[in-house]
Design a protein around this ligand. Structure first.
Ligand SMILES: [Cu+2]
Length: 164
C-alpha cells in the first residue's frame, strides 16, 4: 500500500516528460522535412553581389522582365532609396514570375499585395522569390522595411494583362 504513492508521482511526471521530448523531436522532424524534403535553405554564397557594383553586375545591369520559358518570367529588380527599378512589371495572366531583387544601398523590402511575395532586400544579397499571377489586374508592391525619409513613396506595380 505504501508503494502506490511514488507510482502516481512518476506517472504525473511522465505526462510532462513525454511532451517535452516529443515537442523538440517534432521540431527536428519539421526542420528536416523543410530542409531536405521541401528544399528551404538559408541564402548561400551564390546569391551574393557586390553592393557597390549592383548596376554593373548581371542580371541587375539590365533590370526588367525577361521571358525564361513559355509562361515563365524573371523580373530583375533593383531597390534603392527611394524607388524600385523598374517600378512597373507587365506579364500576361497565368504567368509564373520569379523576382530576383537586391538593394544598392540600405535594407529595403519587397511586398506584393495579393501575391505570395514578402522578402527583405539586403545590400549585396540576392533575393529570389516566385509567385504565380492568374487573375488580371494590378498588384501594387511596396518597400516594407523602413529605409528613410521617402520610404512611403517607394512603390511600384505588377500589371497582369488578360489575354496572351
Ligand atoms: Cu524602403
Amino acid at each position: 500500500m505504501a508503494m502506490r504513492q511514488p507510482t502516481t508521482v512518476y506517472l504525473y511526471e511522465l505526462a510532462w516528460i513525454l511532451p517535452s521530448i516529443a515537442i523538440p523531436v517534432g521540431m527536428l522532424v519539421a526542420l528536416a522535412v523543410t530542409a531536405f524534403g521541401v528544399g528551404i535553405h538559408l541564402p548561400g554564397n551564390e546569391g551574393r553581389v557586390n553592393p557597390t557594383k549592383v548596376v554593373e553586375t548581371a542580371p541587375f545591369d539590365k533590370p526588367g522582365v525577361v521571358a525564361v520559358s513559355p509562361g515563365r518570367y524573371e523580373a530583375r529588380l533593383v531597390a534603392q532609396i527611394w524607388s524600385f527599378t523598374p517600378n512597373e512589371i507587365r506579364v500576361p495572366a497565368g504567368s509564373t514570375v520569379t523576382f530576383v531583387a537586391t538593394s544598392r544601398d540600405v535594407v529595403h523590402g519587397l511586398f506584393i499585395h495579393g501575391a505570395n511575395v514578402n522578402v527583405m532586400l539586403i545590400p549585396g544579397q540576392v533575393a529570389r522569390v516566385t509567385a504565380r499571377f492568374d487573375r488580371p489586374g494590378e498588384y501594387p508592391f511596396i518597400c516594407h522595411e523602413y529605409c528613410g525619409i521617402a520610404h512611403h513613396a517607394m512603390w511600384g506595380k505588377v500589371i497582369v494583362e488578360s489575354g496572351r
